[in-house]
Design a binder for this molecule. Structure first.
Ligand code: FES
Length: 110
């Protein structure tokens, strides 16, 4: 189980526990977080962009080159940005804090 803490666009903090093996994107969507995840994990949209807390970022396996390329296109990306569809939660991760970026660039260009 991983304790996932979401910091919403308005600063609201929500905590959920996630099963080992769950994808962060699914956990976020199940909690009602506004992550579109348009491409359903194909690394073709960046609408699942989240900003990982600095203290948790190093605990995650590094992003692949494809993920880095998508993050380059994500609005408001930072040094600790990741694609939520690429983060698998597991036993090695007791807790994870991520911020939902305020600026989302989705497929409709809204
Ligand atoms: S859901 Fe499209 S890149 Fe993650």
């Amino acid at each position: 189980m991983t304790l996932v803490r979401f910091i919403g666009t308005d600063g609201t903090i929500r905590e959920v526990t996630a099963q080992s093996g769950a994808r962060l994107l699914e956990v976020a969507q199940a909690d009602g977080q506004p992550l579109e995840g348009t491409c359903e994990g194909q690394m073709a949209c960046s609408t699942c962009h989240v900003i990982v807390a600095a203290e948790d970022f190093a605990k995650l396996p590094p992003a692949s080159e494809d993920e880095e390329d998508m993050l380059d296109l994500a609005a408001g990306a930072t040094r600790t940005s990741r694609l939520a569809c690429q983060i698998l939660l597991g036993e090695q991760l007791e807790q994870l804090t991520v911020r939902i970026p305020g600026e989302v660039r989705n497929m409709q260009g809204r």
